[in-house]
Design a protein around this ligand. Structure first.
Ligand SMILES: Nc1ncnc2c1ncn2[C@@H]1O[C@H](COP(=O)(O)OP(=O)(O)O)[C@@H](O)[C@H]1O
Ligand SMILES: [Mg+2]
Ligand SMILES: [Zn+2]
Length: 363
């Protein structure tokens, strides 16, 4: 009896992708099924970067097809392809950028920047092309955390700027242009102009994801930025204390107001891990982030411990994901990053480049 493609698809329909929760056939990731006598080969094209997962997925799908009686050699080519997804109506995508993820918080000091840089580096580790835009005009910290402090971006044409690079991550920050030791007094229009410049005059080199470290808070600056940036989705960072959650709720509402989907909430500094003995303590109580997610129908993406090493490595210019890639915290960052990428992959694709724009006018 000879093999047919349906048998192969049926076998693969029984395998669930641990990242999407869907089987590989329903998820439309199986392509190019080829049958040569008893031998089978096929491609699996994931919509999210998953370098650390590819081996496991390949073994999983091959094992499933091997269960078909009489099957010979089975080979699978697992790869990723990230495409651009839609943003708010009326806002154009940035050149060289497929998807923008805003990382925001209702107030400063919750670890927004630390989370943003580790998520960006986690996406790099998963094989994506990634940029980080430090839009926190009041306290740019990405140059320091990426070991790029004191460096300046080059300009090839005297107008646009080349992003700097660290650990394979492209980076642009107001911190590259102003002296961080002398705090600047920003007036409203200056802030808007500086942000606009960072956003539109950086030559991002074909990034799958641009992570925007938003200025903390929910004031006018944040709102206008949220309206101008073509954001695919927002991630809210919060700490478990109630007061921070009240602020985080405001952050969530701000994105809702401008029709930016919330990808989920990351709870930072959830439990304290003692650097001496490793024991864990819930200093701020438990479940705050999860309760907030339940209230707003947002996804709880995960929680990071309050851990001395996270701060030390960020301060030292080598964030946890690259400084201690095998640590439990790095694995949490990667799991959250993959989840974010999967959620983006499930969103509607951007069609503005494929269809002429249709203008509806009131007559
Ligand atoms: N999970 C964590 N454990 C320990 N320290 C952290 C953690 N997250 C952030 N920090 C530290 O807390 C401080 C504030 O973090 P930062 O990312 O700058 O906050 P924000 O951008 O929200 O103002 C920094 O010193 C940072 O190193
Ligand atoms: Mg910050
Ligand atoms: Zn202890």
């Amino acid at each position: 009896m000879s093999l047919n493609e349906q048998q192969i698809r049926t076998a693969l329909a029984a395998v669930v992708d641990p990242n999407t929760g869907k089987d590989f056939v329903t998820g439309k990731t199986v392509k190019n099924v080829k049958i040569d006598g008893d031998d089978v080969s096929f491609d699996v094209e994931l919509g999210y970067p998953a370098k650390t997962q590819v081996d496991g997925i390949r073994k999983q799908v091959i094992a499933a097809v091997r269960t078909i009686p009489g099957v010979g050699n089975v080979s699978a080519n697992v790869s990723s392809k990230v495409v651009a997804h839609s943003v708010q109506m009326g806002v154009k995508l940035l050149p060289g950028v497929k998807n923008i993820i805003a990382v925001a918080s209702g107030k400063g000091g919750v670890g927004k920047s630390t989370t943003a840089v580790n998520l960006a580096l986690a996406l790099v580790q998963e094989g994506a092309s990634v940029g980080i835009l430090d839009a926190d005009i009041y306290g740019p910290s990405q140059p320091q955390m990426l070991g790029l402090a004191g460096q300046q971006p080059e300009s090839k044409d005297g107008a646009s700027m080349e992003p700097l690079e660290a650990y394979g991550l492209q980076a642009m920050s107001i911190g590259f242009m102003v002296d961080v030791e002398t705090p600047m007094v920003w007036r409203g229009p200056m802030v808007a102009q500086a942000l606009d410049q960072l956003l539109h005059q950086t030559n991002w080199r074909e990034v799958d994801y641009l992570i925007v470290d938003m200025p903390p808070g929910t004031g006018d600056t944040q709102l206008s930025l949220a309206q101008k940036v073509p954001v695919t989705g927002a991630v809210i960072v919060t700490t478990p204390q109630d007061i921070a959650l009240i602020d985080a709720r405001k952050g969530l509402k701000m994105f809702e107001k401008v029709n930016i989907p919330i990808l989920g909430i990351v709870e930072n500094m959830s439990i304290h891990i003692c650097s001496q003995c490793g024991h864990a303590e819930h200093i701020f109580g438990t479940g705050g982030g999860e309760r907030m997610c339940a209230d707003y129908g947002a996804e709880f993406l995960g929680s990071l411990p309050l851990e001395m090493a996270i701060r030390e490595m960020a301060d030292g210019g080598k964030p946890t994901v690259v400084g201690a890639p095998d640590s439990p915290s790095a694995e949490i960052y990667r799991a959250i990053a993959r989840r974010i990428a999967v959620k983006i992959a499930e969103k509607a694709k951007d069609m503005t480049s494929k269809f002429p724009s249709i203008v509806v006018q009131n007559t």
